[in-house]
Ligand binder design. Structure first.
Ligand SMILES: Nc1nc2c(c(=O)[nH]1)N[C@H]1C(S)=C(S)[C@@H](COP(=O)(O)O)O[C@H]1N2
Ligand SMILES: [Mo]
Length: 523
C-alpha cells in the first residue's frame, strides 16, 4: 500500500461540507412541510390564519408609504405575487440556514425555525379579524417542521461522526427517508389545503346565481359621443375584467350574502343593521362613477369608470340619525380595512355616494368587494371606496382614523384634476397626428383639455360627451408634427377654472400632480 491510501481521513468535529448541502436541503424541505401543514390547519380553522398569509398581511400593514408606492409603481397589480414570492425566497434561505445550523450546532436550527413559528402565531393572532385559534396553524405547522428537521439532521450527524473514525457513511439512507417523508408531507398537506379551501370557490357559485333587482332610478344612457373608440384609448366604461384592483387583501374575503350584513352605528340616535335581502328590497339607483387610486402616478392606469348599482349612503345615514358633532364615517371591511370619509360628503344630496352591489350590470366581482362596497364620487378610493364593507361607524376625525392615515397618507383625499395621453405612445408618421386620452376631475367635471408639442403653444382639445361630472372624459386633438423626436404634454382645467398644476408631486400623501408627457418619434 502507498502512503497516501494508508493515511486516515482527517478527523472532523462536524458534518463534512458535503453534508452541509444535504442539511440545507433538509431545512428547506422541513420548512416547506411546516408551511404546508399550516395551510392545511388554516383551511380548517380560519383561512386567513395561515403562516404565509397572516405574515404577508402583517408585512403589508407595516409597509411605509414610499415602499407601497414603489411596489404599486414597479409591479402594479402583481404587487401581491411579488410579495409572496419574496417572502418564499427569504423563508427558503432561512430554512436552508436552519438546516445547516442544526447540523453544526443542534438545536440552533430547530430554534430558528421555531422562532419563525412563534412570530407567525403572534402575527396571526394580532390580525384585525383574528381569534386566539389563529395561532394554531403556525404552532402545529412549525412544530411539525421542527420535528422533521431534527429527525432528518440527527441521521446526518452520526454519519459525520462515524466518518471521522472509519471514513464510512452509515445513515444516509435514513436521512433520505426522513427527508422524503417530509417532502411527501409537504405535497399532501398542500393538496389537502387546496381541496378544503376550494369551498371558497363556493362564493363564486353563489354570486353567479344572483339576479340583481332593476334600479328604481336608472342612470342616464351613455351619450353616443362619450366614447371616441380610438385604438389605444381607454374605453369610456371600463369592463370589469380590465378594472384596476387595489387592496391590502392577500386573500380576498369570501362573503356569502346570506351571512352578510351592514351595521350602521356610532354617534347616531337610531343604530341599525341591514341584511342582504333588506338591501335588495330598497329602491336602488344607478350611477356612472370613475374610481381613482391615490397611488396612481401621473399617466398611470389605477383608474376606471363603471356603472354602479346601489343604495344611497345618504339614505342609510338619514335613517340612523347622526348626532351633532360627528364629522366622519369610518367604514370597515370584513378584513379589517377602514376608510374615513367626511360625513358631509356622504350626506350631500347632490352627490351620488352609494352602498354598491352591482358593477356594470352584474353583482360586484369578488375582487371588487362582493357582496357590497362603497363608491363616493370625487374622493380617492383609500378614503371612501371600502370593499367587502360590513360596518359604517359615525364618528369624528379626532376619534378615529382610516387604515392609511397612520401610515403616512392624508386623512382627506379629494381627487385632483388630472389628464393622461393614451395615444400616441411611441412612434407615428409625420403630418396630422391624432393625440387622445382621458381627463378627470370627479364631481367638479372637466372644462378644458389642452395639448402641446415640445415648447409650442397649447392647443385646445375637443372634449367627448360625458354622462356627468362624476366620470372621466375622453378628449382628442389633431397636431401637425414634423419628423423628429417630440414631447407631447397635456393639462386639464376643471369646470371651476382650476388648471392642473405643472408642479410634480409623488402619490404620497394625497395624490400625484404634474403634467403627463409622452415622448414620440415622428418619422
Ligand atoms: N376592504 C378594502 N377596501 C378597499 C381597499 C382595501 O385595501 N381593502 N383599498 C381601497 C383603495 S386604496 C382603492 S383605490 C379602491 C380600489 O377599488 P378596486 O380594487 O375595486 O378598483 O378600493 C378601496 N377599498
Ligand atoms: Mo387606492
Amino acid at each position: 500500500m502507498t502512503q497516501a491510501t494508508e493515511s486516515p481521513a482527517p478527523p472532523r468535529a462536524h458534518g463534512a461540507p458535503h453534508d452541509a448541502g444535504w442539511a440545507a436541503l433538509a431545512g428547506v424541505v422541513a420548512g416547506a412541510a411546516g408551511l404546508a401543514i399550516a395551510e392545511l390547519v388554516a383551511a380548517v380553522v380560519a383561512p386567513g390564519a395561515s403562516t404565509l398569509f397572516a405574515g404577508g398581511a402583517a408585512v403589508i400593514d407595516v409597509v411605509p408609504p414610499w415602499l407601497k408606492d414603489f411596489a404599486v409603481e414597479a409591479f402594479g397589480t402583481n404587487d401581491k405575487a411579488v410579495l409572496l414570492g419574496s417572502m418564499g425566497l427569504v423563508l427558503a434561505l432561512g430554512a436552508a440556514l436552519a438546516g445547516w445550523l442544526e447540523l453544526r450546532r443542534p438545536p440552533s436550527g430547530a430554534l430558528l425555525i421555531g422562532a419563525v413559528g412563534v412570530v407567525g402565531a403572534i402575527v396571526a393572532v394580532l390580525r384585525p379579524d383574528a381569534t386566539p385559534l389563529w395561532a394554531l396553524p403556525s404552532v402545529v405547522g412549525i412544530g411539525g417542521a421542527v420535528l422533521l428537521l431534527r429527525s432528518a439532521i440527527a441521521r446526518l450527524r452520526p454519519a459525520a461522526d462515524l466518518r471521522a473514525e472509519t471514513g464510512t457513511v452509515v445513515d444516509r439512507r435514513g436521512f433520505l427517508a426522513v427527508t422524503g417523508i417530509a417532502a411527501g408531507v409537504a405535497v399532501l398537506a398542500l393538496a389537502g389545503s387546496r381541496v378544503l379551501s376550494a369551498g371558497s370557490a363556493a362564493v363564486n357559485v353563489v354570486r353567479e346565481k344572483i339576479r340583481l333587482p332593476a334600479a328604481r332610478e336608472t342612470a342616464p344612457p351613455v351619450p353616443a359621443g362619450a366614447d371616441l373608440e380610438l385604438a389605444g384609448l381607454a374605453p369610456y366604461v371600463t369592463p370589469n375584467s380590465d378594472f384596476y384592483r387595489i387592496d391590502t387583501a392577500l386573500r380576498v374575503p369570501q362573503l356569502d350574502p346570506a351571512d352578510w350584513s351592514l351595521e350602521v352605528h356610532g354617534m347616531v340616535d337610531e343604530p341599525f343593521t341591514i341584511t342582504w335581502d333588506e338591501l335588495l328590497a330598497l329602491p336602488l339607483e344607478e350611477h356612472h362613477v370613475t374610481l381613482a387610486c391615490v397611488s396612481n402616478s401621473v399617466g398611470g392606469d389605477l383608474i376606471g369608470n363603471a356603472l354602479w348599482l346601489g343604495y344611497p349612503i345618504r339614505a342609510l345615514l338619514e335613517r340612523a340619525k347622526p348626532q351633532a358633532g360627528a364629522d366622519m364615517v369610518l367604514s370597515r371591511s370584513d378584513d379589517g380595512f377602514t376608510a374615513g370619509t367626511p360625513l358631509d360628503v356622504l350626506q350631500d344630496p347632490d352627490r351620488a355616494s352609494l352602498l354598491a352591489i352591482g358593477m356594470n350590470g352584474e353583482p360586484l366581482p369578488v375582487d371588487h368587494g362582493f357582496p357590497a362596497r362603497l363608491v363616493v364620487p370625487g374622493l380617492y378610493g383609500y378614503v371612501s371606496a371600502t370593499k367587502w364593507v360590513t360596518s359604517l361607524k359615525v364618528t369624528t376625525f379626532d376619534a378615529d382614523q382610516g387604515y392609511w392615515t397612520p401610515r403616512g397618507w392624508s386623512a382627506l383625499g379629494p381627487i385632483k384634476v388630472q389628464s393622461r395621453i393614451d395615444v400616441p405612445r411611441e412612434s407615428v408618421a409625420a403630418g396630422a397626428v391624432t393625440v387622445a386620452g382621458v381627463a378627470w376631475a370627479q364631481h367638479t367635471g372637466i372644462g378644458r383639455v389642452e395639448v402641446r408639442a415640445d415648447d409650442g403653444d397649447w392647443v385646445t382639445a375637443e372634449l367627448a360627451e360625458t354622462v356627468g361630472s362624476d366620470t372621466w372624459r375622453q378628449w382628442r386633438v389633431s397636431l401637425d408634427l414634423e419628423a423628429g423626436d417630440h414631447t407631447l404634454a397635456v393639462r386639464a382645467t376643471d369646470t371651476e377654472g382650476l388648471v392642473q398644476t405643472e408642479a410634480e408631486a409623488p402619490p404620497a400623501p394625497d395624490g400625484a400632480t404634474g403634467w403627463h408627457t409622452v415622448d414620440v418619434s415622428v418619422g
